[in-house]
Design a protein around this ligand. Structure first.
Ligand code: SAH
Ligand code: SF4
Ligand code: F3S
Length: 454
């Protein structure tokens, strides 16, 4: 690696798909231009802000960050804005911040090398935020593997159009990657030591593919089939996916839980609200009863299944009774964790125009109440793990050393971090740990013999 390699600084603001895109930008710029990543924008030849517009706060942050980066222009640093704000705002970003050189969307990030070249050759900012179907994946180099876990995008976009959400506008409609492409990527990762894959998409259970030998007239492959094929690949020990949607959570998908032990005992299934009235206004397309029915059928097959979710608090018109329905649902389901936020009106979405008379202070109070309720559940679930044996995929060194020197870190099926003392050779392996202590954000465990012989 030469020391005068060009450097790129990439900052991500959003969801796992946004982070996945950032990793792809780094891979692409490395393959096409020899760029190395740096954690310091001052050192970078190219600074990329991979933006998110899901809530107002995330979107605003971009412009304040851009203002600060402006000083770098004196050194000739190129500045690019990608992601979901770029997709929504397009050329307006350059109008507002004329020192921005590149504006690209989640579906055009593979064109970055050409855009950089065009910027240099033409001396003009380059803007390309189209949705050229799934072309992106055909232009990405193979992923660089870091550790035993990896993400694999199986689809792009979203066609659900929930009334509050920008994603269908920023990422376009749902487009699935072909089955063979996904499986080839997973197999390639497994061959390079990956043991756990997380299949990514805004609605992975809406994934549809054409199976081998299918001329397009036959039954399209569904997500249940994709999971079975991925689980059959040698080397893959664990499969996660995110995000799935309560709609299209088919009985076929539920049944897969009985057959595939590699499918983790944890599911992130965003519910958004506990009141049918609010769910309807959100255009989620299911009722609380339907959500509970999915969970009941899953837990009939997997009694210990842990569930995490997303909640939106303070949707326009939400009453105290609606809010209490969300609190009740938390206890009924026993959610293990949740991403929960106050509703943020987003330009261009139908919900942004709904009359909303709940004061922000009340909304914040409801949010705190909801988060405290989930946190109490999470603590109870963690405490109940003490004394059990948990299978953990060892990911690497622990962030902090233990009392007797460096430690290792792994994750349980339910995505809880466990720190424990053990030899570095265990990284990338599955080990059984006796859980000895539950801390607020992690567990402690002890290695059970004979871990190294496993
Ligand atoms: N596709 C997933 C989630 C995508 S966005 C799903 O449908 O469940 C991630 C989360 O951001 C959502 O689940 C929702 O809880 C939250 N979110 C989306 N738009 C929002 C808005 N306008 N205000 C507040 N939270 C929002
Ligand atoms: Fe947004 Fe709804 Fe699509 Fe999720 S399903 S990304 S919340 S529109
Ligand atoms: Fe944000 Fe776009 Fe993801 S809006 S949450 S980065 S899909």
């Amino acid at each position: 690696m030469s020391t005068d390699a060009k450097k790129v600084y990439i900052r991500s603001y959003g969801c796992q798909m946004n982070e996945y895109d950032a990793a792809k930008m780094a891979d692409l710029l490395h393959a096409a231009g020899g760029y190395e990543e740096t954690a310091d924008p001052e050192q970078a030849d190219l600074v990329l802000l991979n933006t998110c517009s899901i809530r107002e706060k995330a979107a605003h942050k971009v412009f304040s960050d851009l203002g600060r980066l402006r000083a770098l222009k004196d050194k000739g640093t190129l500045i690019g804005v990608g992601g979901c704000v770029a997709s929504q705002e397009g050329a307006a970003i350059v109008e507002r911040a004329p020192y921005v050189d590149l504006v690209f969307g989640p579906q055009t990030l593979h064109r970055l090398p050409q855009m950089i070249e065009a910027r240099r050759a033409l001396g003009q900012p380059q803007v390309d935020i189209r949705f050229p179907e799934i072309e992106k994946f055909d232009h990405l180099p193979p992923a660089r593997v870091v550790g035993p876990t990896a993400f694999v995008s199986i689809m792009e976009g979203c066609s659900k159009y929930c009334s509050y959400c920008v994603v269908p506008y920023t990422r376009g409609d749902e487009v699935s990657r072909p089955l063979d492409d996904v499986l080839a990527e997973v197999a390639g990762l497994a061959a390079r030591g990956v043991r756990e894959v997380t299949l990514l998409g805004q609605n992975v259970n809406a994934w549809r593919g054409t199976a081998d030998g299918d001329d397009g007239d036959g039954d399209a492959a569904d997500f249940a089939l994709l999971l079975e094929c991925a689980a059959a690949l040698p080397g893959i020990e664990r499969i996660r996916y995110t995000t799935s949607h309560p709609n299209e959570f088919s009985q076929r998908l539920i049944d897969v839980y009985a057959r595939l032990p590699k499918l983790v005992n944890h599911l992130h299934l965003p519910v958004q609200h506990g009141s049918d009235r609010v769910l309807a206004a959100m255009k989620r397309g299911y009722t609380v009863l339907q959500y509970k029915s999915i969970v009941r059928r899953l837990r009939a097959l997997r009694p210990g299944l842990s569930l995490s979710t997303d909640f939106i608090v303070g949707f326009p018109g939400e009453t105290e009774a609606d809010h209490e329905a969300s609190l009740r649902l938390i206890d009924e389901i026993g959610f293990d964790s949740s991403f929960s936020f106050v509703f943020s009106p987003r330009p261009g979405t139908p919900a942004a125009n709904l009359p909303d008379d709940t004061p922000q202070a009340v909304k914040l109070q409801r949010l705190q109440q909801l988060q405290a309720r989930i946190e109490a559940n999470a603590q109870r679930i963690s405490a109940a793990r003490v004394g059990t044996v948990q299978r953990v995929l060892v990911e690497g060194p622990a962030r902090r050393p233990g009392a007797d020197g460096p430690e290792l870190m792994g994750r349980t099926e339910c995505n809880r971090i466990v720190n424990f003392a053990g030899p570095a050779e265990l990284v990338g392996r599955m080990v059984d740990l006796a859980i000895s202590e539950a801390l607020p954000h992690s567990l402690r465990g002890e290695l059970r013999e004979p871990a190294l012989a496993a």
